[in-house]
Write a protein of this length. Structure first.
Length: 352
């Protein structure tokens, strides 16, 4: 079974996703994608300029989460969501700046501007098209407005806000389904969001699976160690937003990371939840040397305090998010997740 599902957040933004698998069972596996991508976690290898426009070339014929779901859906419900600003979910609109930008284009009413921002939040493209088409403005102004709406002014990315979204999503879905066994899977940005939720509500989570997690705050955000991260920080320090698709970072993102890092590691270490991290050794965004220190230190702490185990694996070559080595990394993750599922009516729990 595969169903589209929507969740309206408390700020009006709509999160869209897919619910599939064994929906009526006790197990729910929630998968959170990396920045700039969508719910399928389908990595782009390169972008080609062709006579028909820009064409994306992917590493694999399916997204990582498509593969992962196909192996787990017999024993668990799978929830794939597009996080805010991504995929088919709503945009985190900077309403004040959008109002000013729209007013520079055309003289339309405050009510019409309010509706434009609302439909962007809800990702209601049909209503956006209807509203713009029927505005009493010139065709050239409509074209300018469409360009703005296709690439609206959005707020800096907030990982804490995304973690709050996850909390609301889980609350809403558990009003309808009785999921007592929840597992989080996160890649890069999605792994950070998963970690933030886990340290906030550790009693909710049975396992945490991480692909190239964005846990190396210092070399990635605060004191960049490679050319890619340095260029990104230079853009942000110039008071501009760094954009990769709809993954938007700015100065407020950096300030948020500075605050998060104060307690993140200590709290994550202390959770009594099994964790499995898979890291590519040739990751250009998240340096493996820093990642390994974090997880080896976590393993020692957990062992010393008799807490749930931490498994850490490095995959070679392994680019960021492991798009190039999908099968060995996913099979290890599947074994880990299946080992922590609940099997109320079946004597089939696999051994790790």
């Amino acid at each position: 079974m595969r169903d589209n599902i929507s969740f309206k957040m408390s700020d009006g933004l709509v999160i869209n996703g897919t619910l599939m698998g064994n929906i009526e069972g006790p197990n729910l596996v929630v998968m959170l994608h990396s920045g700039g991508y969508d719910r399928l976690e389908w990595g782009v290898k390169e972008v080609l300029e062709t006579e028909h426009g820009r064409e994306k070339v992917h590493f694999n014929s399916k997204g990582n989460y498509e593969y992962l779901s196909s192996y787990l859906q017999e024993d668990a419900a799978i929830l794939l969501i597009d996080q805010r600003n991504h995929g088919r979910s709503g945009k985190n609109i900077d309403e004040d700046k959008m109002i000013a930008a729209i007013k520079e284009i055309a003289n339309i009413s405050n009510r019409e501007i309010e509706l434009l921002n609302r439909y962007l939040k809800e990702r209601n493209n049909d209503m956006l098209e209807y509203l713009v088409t029927n505005l009493d403005i010139s065709d050239s102004d409509k074209d300018k407005l469409w360009k703005l709406l296709k690439k609206p002014i959005i707020k800096d990315m907030s990982f804490l806000q995304m973690a709050n979204d996850l909390e609301e999503v889980l609350y809403l879905i558990r009003r309808e389904y009785n999921y007592s066994n929840i597992h989080l899977v996160g890649t890069c940005m999605g792994a950070l969001v998963s970690g933030l939720y886990t340290i906030k509500r550790p009693e909710d989570i049975k396992s945490l699976t991480l692909f190239s997690p964005l846990y190396t705050f210092d070399p990635v955000f605060l004191n960049p160690q490679n050319d890619f991260n340095k260029r990104k920080r230079e853009i942000i320090d110039s008071k501009k937003q760094y954009r990769m698709g709809n993954a938007v970072e700015g100065l407020s993102t950096i300030k948020e990371i500075e605050e998060i890092r104060r307690t993140f590691y200590e709290k994550l270490f202390q959770t009594n939840i099994p964790i499995f991290c898979i890291q590519g050794v040739e990751d250009k965004l998240v340096p493996v040397s820093y990642q390994s220190v974090i997880f080896e230190t976590m393993k020692k702490y957990r062992n010393k305090h008799n807490l749930a185990p931490v498994y850490y694996a490095e995959i070679e070559p392994g680019v960021h998010c492991l798009y190039d080595v999908i099968f060995p990394s996913l099979m290890e993750a599947i074994n880990f997740i299946e080992g922590n599922l609940e099997y109320p009516n079946l004597n089939k729990k696999p051994s790790l």
